[in-house]
Design a protein around this ligand. Structure first.
Ligand SMILES: *Cc1c(COP(=O)(O)O)cnc(C)c1O
Length: 426
């Protein structure tokens, strides 16, 4: 905890010294609203909007020719986006493709890499991951005629919020074929040690895959250096591609050339695709793991959004993000010590993603009171409030305001007027 007292003046100084402050004006922020949910759906930027309009205009102007003749040719857009995403994750351009969603990409890569054989049949995951990932793992196990109860190992958490690398590594042996973990846990915001876990998995001959949903766009990765086998992510969270924005996947160079488990004509080598041959010639790149026609209008905004990341630099984004989540925790300590909150997020910078997770028995009604005051939080049943300051568009002063609003709610019991129940989307 910082020793100095945090004041509005002291956080204003942080804003004045912030090298990323200029990016805020590139986003559509609503007046009198504190948007703390950019880890669920990032806000629209002017660049993303422009890129989408360019694709619409390409359609308007070129019709079918837009595939190759447009200003943003549709036929190469997924590859182009892969190339622009690669620096965010420490990958080579050919290892990355923009396609599908987390869940469909996971199905694709499990169909490709999960090959239960002999006694090596199990998948190691964790008990805290997002349900969709677990559903995908279970259905892939069942597709092999195996029983998930026996073949899916979910490493437990001792406190219900975080995992330890030691526990995960202890679950590894030569009955495991594949490991799938989140980089950052969606509830607590814990960042796992991807490098250590991958090295341990490889020592046991286990394929290591990661879901980067809550880390891509929030912090840098070195997937090649860490020798990760595959990764999946969405782009509508920290990457600000818009609702339903097309996701992405990474396949390590050493696995490129492998036949996709789920093939389609977009798995083809680009110059062969229109030969219309019934024998697939898969792409040599991660493009081989595409299936059908790319969703252009849900991909285009990411072209603009990634431009912003390139201008800002992911290292700078991470440094500001850490400062902001640290400020939140320090303010909780300074202003809300008596309010009954517990921080589920690890306090160490090296173990923290981009959001803070607060636990409170009245979390649902507190979130309703926050919304009434113009703060958009993110509630996860039954007792989690997630708050995500976004380095590209949240100011330090906003973080200060949000915590003071929360203090006022708790001091006055403003949340008591609401039912402590969740709404339909939370
Ligand atoms: C957001 C999120 C998802 C959502 O999957 P989609 O297929 O994109 O709907 C899946 N897993 C994790 C860990 C997530 O955070």
């Amino acid at each position: 905890m910082t020793e100095r007292v945090i004041t509005r003046e002291s956080v204003r100084t942080l804003d004045q010294e912030d090298s990323l402050s200029e990016f805020r004006s590139q986003f559509y922020l609503q007046e009198h609203t504190y948007y703390m949910d950019g880890n669920s759906l990032g806000l629209l930027s002017k660049k993303a909007e422009k890129a989408l309009l360019t694709s619409l205009n390409d359609w308007k102007k070129h019709g079918i020719e837009g595939w190759t003749e447009g200003q943003q040719p549709w036929y190469y857009m997924s590859e182009k986006l892969g190339e622009l995403t690669a620096p965010l994750i420490g990958a080579a351009p050919e290892e990355v493709i923009n396609t599908g969603s987390i869940t469909t990409n996971l199905h694709q890569l499990l169909a490709t890499f999960y090959k239960p054989e002999g006694k090596r049949t199990k998948i190691i995951a964790d008990a805290l991951n997002f349900p969709s990932d677990i559903y995908a793992l279970k259905s892939q196990i069942e597709l092999h005629g195996l029983d998930p109860n026996e073949h899916l190992i979910q490493v437990e958490s001792s406190n219900g919020h975080t995992l330890t690398e030691e526990d995960i590594i202890a679950a590894m042996d030569d009955t495991a074929a594949l490991l799938l973990l989140p980089s950052v846990l969606y509830r607590s915001g814990q960042l796992l040690d991807i490098e250590q876990l991958t090295a341990a998995a490889h020592k046991h001959g286990i394929i290591a895959g990661f879901d980067l949903a809550h880390s891509i766009g929030a912090l840098p990765h070195k997937l090649d250096q860490w020798d990760v086998d595959f990764a999946v992510w969405c782009t509508y969270k920290y990457l600000n591609s818009g609702p339903g924005g097309v996701g992405g996947l990474f396949v390590n160079q050493k696995h490129l050339g492998r036949k996709p488990g789920l093939a389609g004509w977009f798995s083809s080598k680009k110059e062969k695709q229109f030969d219309m041959d019934h024998e697939l010639t898969p792409s040599d790149s991660a493009g081989a793991f595409q299936i059908g026609t790319p969703h252009i209008l849900s991909s285009a905004p990411l072209l603009g959004s990634l431009e912003i990341f390139h201008e800002a630099g992911i290292e700078a984004v991470r440094q500001k993000s850490l400062k902001q989540t640290r400020l939140m925790m320090d303010m909780l300590h300074q202003e809300l010590n008596e309010a009954g909150f517990q921080i589920a997020t690890p306090l160490e910078d090296s173990q923290r993603g981009g959001h803070i997770s607060l636990l409170h028995p009245e979390a649902a009604s507190i979130c309703k009171a926050l919304k009434q005051e113009g703060v958009i939080p993110d509630y996860r049943s039954p007792n989690v409030i997630r708050l995500a300051p976004i380095a590209l568009y949240t100011s330090f002063e906003e973080v200060y305001d949000v915590m003071m609003i929360l203090k006022e709610i708790m001091n006055k019991g403003k949340h008591k007027q609401y039912k402590n129940e969740r709404g339909i989307i939370a």
